[in-house]
Write a protein that binds this ligand. Sequence first.
Ligand SMILES: C[S@@+](CC[C@H](N)C(=O)[O-])C[C@H]1O[C@@H](n2cnc3c(N)ncnc32)[C@H](O)[C@@H]1O
Length: 402
Amino acid sequence: MPDSFSLGSAALLAARAVSSAKIQSKISWLYRLDDLERRPLTSGLTNTKMPSPSSLQHSDFVDSTQVESTGQLSAHQRLKIEDLVQPNTAAEAENNAAQEIITGLQSRPKTLPPQYFYDDLGSELFEQICDLPEYYLTRTETAILTAHARSIAEVTGPCDIIELGSGSATKTRILLDAYASQSKLVYCPIDVSSGILKSSAESLLEAYPSLVVHGLVSTYEQALEQLPRSQNPHRMICFIGSTLGNLSPESCRSFLHHVRGALQPGDYFLLGIDLQKPISILEAAYNDAQGVTAAFNLNMLRHLNRRFEGNFELGHFEHYARYNSNAHRIEMHLKSLVDQTVTLKALNLTVDFTAGETIRSEISRKFSIDQIAQTLAGQDLKPLNSWTDPQNWFAVVLAEAC
Ligand SMILES: C[S@@+](CC[C@H](N)C(=O)[O-])C[C@H]1O[C@@H](n2cnc3c(N)ncnc32)[C@H](O)[C@@H]1O
């Protein structure tokens, strides 16, 4: 295990270095960010009142094509949230989920799908991770977006903004600010975690009086097949926060294929990716000194207990994260501390663990810009620009559907 105190200090020093550098653009498709103003992030959840279900009913939703100005509409009329997991597909969705869990826990090594991190507590813990000193990802991406969102908006022109895995949508505000002058400001957040999707939508509507929000509680794939009709000449699908790194190369290709399928030629895809860097910085980011990442990882077992009548003893597992240099990825595991047997009654599943055996709960791949450019181009998504920070720790890439 790394010495998290000294690595944490190194990460802090590095973060300060990020904030003191200067902006410098390059003419090539790779742009560099040289002057990062470090903007402290506030947690969307700590400041946001969770809405009561009634405050989110949206029968009054008004299609903004029907009015002169969305400024005339109340927040209530500007909000629509659809739950794509309707009763007759819920069983199917639950079945698929069950199959994924059963297959994962019966494989060698054992794995679990990362979407089970995100119940309401998991989403809140993720927000806390974003503020950790060791977790450079969020503040670096925030700084890149802050410096370049206007350039992105200039390239794309008026767009509906669709966000996959929107979470608290904190960074989305930077994009909304850049697009705020367009006549129709339309945002479609998509997330499996309904609590955070609803609370973030409500606070965005308060902050942006002309914004129309049409949210989808859904998985990425489902939502990409059922996106609302665009109200602007183009749509831009955003997948920020380095979430692409959670997908294996094969799932990544399939995911990008779905993204491309939801775009018309001339539409856009905006992607935030974490870049390869020294192992000490990477491992510190996933083994924070305060143990928030450990709590986030272990919460997956609590989520499974609740959802599938499980009896995982959280005290019998421990968080473990390491960088796999061959695969260029962080691997997050839950390590069994004892020989034990766990049952998920609702799945009719019993799993044996030996002491020291792990469940891999997440991979977080670290890319190079050339590699991602090639992957995008392979899916008919033409890379137009990318922006990074002075240390080349993180990149935001804009591609056009062709
Ligand atoms: C790493 S967080 C990123 C949040 C935000 N985009 C950011 O940059 O801070 C990933 C988000 O994606 C959502 N998510 C994870 N798997 C998903 C899936 N398969 N379909 C839809 N949303 C998913 C989670 O609920 C969570 O809010």
